[in-house]
Design a protein around this ligand. Structure first.
Ligand SMILES: Cc1ncc(COP(=O)(O)O)c(C=O)c1O
Length: 396
């Protein structure tokens, strides 16, 4: 007989994340007329607010029904032509799926495999682009946060490498699990296409492809030959400027996005990033000092503030930990994907979260690990993390 589970389900997958009450309430709205004269008062200011999250003044924001994957497709098809050359580093499920999409859309993709647990190597970007005297590469891609392995790449160092090579390629950044949670500066870092979705740092249900594109990307759009239709920027540009859409927009989600962005801006982006860092640091200390386990991220410089992928000891199966957490403790953890399936479980610590919520993730992980034959000291991770949080919150 399954145990009857009451109380809230604990969601610690790295997205979808918790939806704050204010955001849920904003979605709960009676049907509105998408051609009404009132709609622009909702949509036009929303675009300006979303630009603040991407830290762009010169960029253009596009919001489509879809998800992060749709935002990839939109940026690719709107800026490139068949056979254009692309440089991408593959070190986890999402950089892998992105590479795969470039190939399926008919681009000439140089996929450079680097070990899972590391990220985009800026020095290699400089080497490859310096050798590309003919400027054949049209795009360099960075997965800012590889959600599968808990690895964050340094986007600024990639921009500096591109500048050092004096290369004109566009810079695409997948920020699906980083934008609105980890520092991201579109204009300052010279990012041309910044890609996100609604269900992670933006704290909404899944269902939106959210992106910001630079003037250079809009220029590339004018001559790009890949076919596009639903995700066309041209159609959006024509209608968005007056606050409308080329199709039926998801008004409740747009309203909810406005509420979520207000919450982020009210907390202050620097405070949002500091909160994510503090929470992540507690989790990392629990893993290393408490449980004596390791992270998938191979060096500190790669460690992500939004998700930790925790390696189980040799011979143990991380899938059992995830199954025990789900069935016994009403808690969802992130699974190990592809190369790291069975080897890691992931704690997502992004979005609308505080320290005590994440303490429950650590407590539940400890119970589930012990149920799965992983002999960690009970309470050891929770003790280390909570002491760290107590002290680091002292002066906040
Ligand atoms: C880094 C990253 N990129 C892309 C995606 C794909 O986004 P979506 O599932 O919203 O289509 C994800 C999803 O988790 C992701 O984490």
């Amino acid at each position: 007989m399954p145990r009857s589970l009451t109380g809230r389900r604990h969601m610690f997958i790295p997205g979808p994340t918790h939806i704050p009450e204010q955001v849920l309430n904003a979605v709960h709205i009676a049907t509105e007329d998408q051609r009404s004269p009132d709609l622009p008062s909702v949509t036009v200011p929303l675009y300006e607010k979303v630009k603040k999250i991407f830290k762009t003044k010169s960029g253009t924001v596009f919001i489509y029904p879809g998800s992060g994957t749709g935002a990839w497709e939109s940026c690719i098809t709107n800026t490139l032509s068949p056979g254009d050359k692309v440089l991408i580093y593959r070190f986890g499920t999402f950089s892998m799926l992105w590479s795969d999409m470039f190939q399926r859309l008919g681009l000439d993709v140089n996929i450079v495999d680097v070990p899972w647990g590391t990220g985009t190597p800026a020095e290699d970007v400089e080497r490859v682009l310096t050798a590309d005297k003919a400027h054949d590469y049209k795009v360099v891609c960075v997965t800012q946060n590889e959600t599968a392995t808990g690895v964050t790449s340094d986007v600024l160092s990639v921009r500096q490498a591109m500048n050092a090579a004096k290369h004109p390629a566009l810079l695409f950044v997948d920020g699906v699990s980083s934008i609105a949670s980890i520092d991201f500066r579109m204009d300052e870092w010279g990012v041309d296409c910044a890609i996100s979705g609604s269900q992670k740092g933006f704290m909404l249900p899944a269902g939106m492809a959210i992106m910001a594109v630079s003037p250079k990307a809009l220029e590339a759009n004018k001559s790009a030959k890949l076919p596009r239709c639903y995700y066309s920027w041209e159609d959006m540009l024509k209608t968005n400027k007056d606050g409308y859409y080329p199709y039926t927009p998801q008004i409740p989600m747009l309203r909810a996005l406005g509420v979520a962005v207000d919450m982020l801006l009210e907390e202050g982006l620097d405070n949002v990033f500091a909160r994510h860092h503090r929470i992540a640091e507690g989790v990392r200390r629990a893993v290393k000092e408490g449980w004596k386990l390791s992270l998938c991220a191979k060096e500190e410089k790669w460690e992500s503030d939004t998700v930790s992928a925790i390696c189980v000891p040799e011979g143990k199966d991380a899938r059992k930990v995830i199954a025990a957490a789900y069935s016994k403790y009403h808690m969802s953890l992130g699974a190990g994907l592809h190369e790291v399936a069975g080897k890691v479980f992931r704690i997502g610590h992004l979005g609308d979260l505080n320290e005590l919520q994440v303490a429950s993730a650590l407590a539940g992980s400890e119970m589930a690990m012990r149920d799965s034959g992983i002999d960690i000291e009970p309470g050891s991770g929770v003790a280390v993390a909570t002491e760290y949080w107590r002290k680091s919150l002292h002066n906040v």
